[in-house]
Each structure stands twice: as C-alpha cells, then as structure tokens.
Design a protein around this ligand. Structure first.
Ligand SMILES: Nc1ncnc2c1ncn2[C@@H]1O[C@H](COP(=O)(O)OP(=O)(O)OP(=O)(O)O)[C@@H](O)[C@H]1O
Ligand SMILES: [Mg+2]
Length: 319
C-alpha cells in the first residue's frame, strides 16, 4: 500500500503498547513518513518528557504547537491542560482560572475514575473536528494503560447518566469506534512477554473498546547475520590477517561468542514474530533494531524508510 494512502486511513492514529517498546520512536517515524507523503502532521504527546523532541531534533515540547520538522508539528496534552481548555471553551473561563490557582483542578480530575483520560481523548476529538492536521498521531500513555485509557469513555458512559461528561464520553466513543476517523497502532518488540501481552491487549481493545486496529508494529528486529553459521575462531583469525590487524585469542573468543549470541537472539525474535502472526491475525510492520547510541533525527529517518517499505508491502486489502 502506498504510504500516503496508509496515513490517510484514519485522521487520528493512537500509537500504543507496553512501556519501552518504542511507541515514541514509532510515533516519530510514522510522522516523518506521513510528512514525506505530503501530509500535515500533528503529534500529540500525552505523557510529556517522552524523548520525542530529541528523536525529531526539536527543542522540548510544550502545550503550544511547535513545528519540529517540516510538515510536523508537535505539542503536549496533559489532563490538566485539557480540563482548562474544556472549561474555557464552554464559557467557564472564570471558574477555570480559579480552579487552576487554587490547585483544585487535580481534585476534580482525580475524583472521577477515567476522568483524566476522557479529558485528553475529548481534546483529541476536538482537534480532529477542527481538522488541525491531515494526520494526528497520539503517543499514548505507557505500560498497560492503553486499554484503560481507551476504555475510559465506556466506563463513564455507564457511570454518568446526564450532563457534559456523558456527552463528552459519547463523542469520544463515536471517534474511537469509527475506523475512518481513528485507528490504534500497537507496537511491540519480538520477545516472549511483550508478544504475549500485545496479543491480550489487542483482543481487549477490539472486544471492549471496539476501536479499529491497524497493523502491528514489531520494533527492534535484528537483521539476519549473513555469516553462514560462522564465524569460528579460524575464520576470525583469517579475516584479521587479511586486513592486517592483530586480534588476540581472547578477542577472537569474544567475537565468536558475540556472533553466536546474536544469531540465537535472531532465532528467538523470528519465533516470537511468527507466533504473533499465528495468534493475532493482523498484518505486521517490522522495523529494524538500530545499533546506535541513541535515536535522533537520522535514525528516525532510517526507521521511516523501513516503515515505508513495510507499508508498501501491505496488500491494501487487509485490515
Ligand atoms: N528500532 C530501534 N532500534 C534501536 N533502539 C530503539 C529502537 N526503537 C526504540 N529504541 C530505543 O529504545 C528506547 C525506548 O524507545 P521509546 O522511548 O520509543 O519507547 P516507548 O515505548 O515510547 O517508551 P515509554 O513507554 O517509556 O514511553 C529508547 O532509548 C529508544 O531510543
Ligand atoms: Mg514514549
């Protein structure tokens, strides 16, 4: 499928998954891929301090939108900001000022379970309605919160019978359950526990939230080592001689061990990615593990290239 078309499947893409699997990195790569296809992109960072700015090469994000790269704007969105926005846009500016200055904001937002999530999602819905960008990418909160984050409107709809909160919850559900407006991109790494959890999360999200799942991003995949079973100590020594470097016996042993380890990891990753394909009938987008000290703009570019190749390989008739 053509990347531009892939990025136009739904205006809102929520990138979710277990902590540390690469949500923020994938958010950045997706944004770059979309911008290259000519789409205007807004990244919404829900947790703050995600490393997103570093990945894209911009300065720290704030509540005000800022252009971090050509075609890509980014901003943060905390529940407190969302509540103030909500009150302001509903003619309650005076109340919101007083709430903010008295510190009562947190009390309001924490008094009702799910209230914070609904405030954030409600603001996302508003951004979608305002057509602030061709694509809005949400870097969702980490660590198993994805399901509760996305479930919050349903819980509130059950708990609250009338009033603005109920309306907000209903509007958010409408957004979440419309595959033309919103889809969730789940991210995992090809390791046993993350894959198991991802499968559970995927079913929970589809069953209980009713939101459309896009392909699963399998991040951090090792590329195959083209070494034909080797190297062994002899071939290391032979290669060393050929290029004229001295490699000690100990270094030779370490190199052989490192290659064997790497090969074993590759096998494990393949098994886990295959298991994921068997247990979850969603297409996969596999992204390489990059051996670099940190993920900056150059690495994000490489991941955006890889993502585009994977998207192009999707047949377009799938989910
Ligand atoms: N494909 C990759 N190759 C190498 N390193 C990666 C890759 N993807 C992510 N990383 C690194 O792994 C770490 C976690 O990535 P990232 O911050 O994107 O994960 P996250 O899911 O957003 O984490 P959190 O749950 O803490 O928000 C970072 O240090 C990042 O630079
Ligand atoms: Mg993150």
């Amino acid at each position: 499928m053509e990347p531009g078309r892939f990025c136009s499947t739904a205006r809102v893409v929520i990138v979710a998954g277990k902590g540390g699997v690469g949500k923020t990195t994938v958010t950045a790569a997706l944004a770059v891929m979309a911008a290259r296809a000519g789409l205007s992109v807004l990244i919404v960072e829900v947790e703050g301090k995600s490393g997103l700015a570093a990945a894209l090469g911009g300065s720290a994000l704030g509540y005000e939108e800022a252009e971090v790269r050509q075609g890509i704007r980014a901003r943060t969105l905390t529940p407190d900001d969302a509540l103030l926005d909500y009150l302001n846009s509903h003619g309650l500016k005076r109340i919101s000022k007083r709430l903010a200055s008295s510190g009562a904001l947190d009390v309001v937002a924490t008094a009702v379970p799910g209230m914070k999530d609904i405030l954030v999602l409600g603001k996302v819905k508003a951004l979608d309605l305002e057509r602030v960008a061709d694509l809005i990418v949400i870097d969702a909160p980490a660590a198993g919160h994805a399901v509760s984050f996305l479930m919050s409107p349903r819980g509130l709809l059950d708990a609250v019978r009338v009033g603005p909160v109920r309306k907000q919850a209903a509007d958010v559900i409408e957004l979440l359950s419309d595959p033309g407006r919103c889809q969730v991109l789940l991210v995992t790494i090809p390791e046993e526990t993350p894959v198991t959890e991802l499968v559970e999360t995927a079913f929970a999200i589809e069953d209980r939230v009713g939101v459309a799942l896009g392909p699963v991003v399998v991040n951090g995949c090792y590329e195959p080592l083209d070494l034909d079973g080797g190297p062994d100590a002899e071939s290391v020594q032979r290669d060393a001689e050929r290029v004229g470097v001295f490699v000690s016996e100990r270094e030779t042993r370490d190199l052989v061990a490192a290659a064997a380890f790497r090969r074993a990891r590759y096998e494990v990753q393949q098994e886990q990615a295959d298991r994921l394909a068997r247990e979850l009938p969603l297409p996969q987008l596999r992204l390489p593990f990059l051996f670099s000290a940190e993920i900056g703009p150059a690495e994000v570019d490489r991941l955006a290239d890889a993502l585009a190749r994977e998207v192009e390989a999707l047949d377009g008739t799938g989910t």
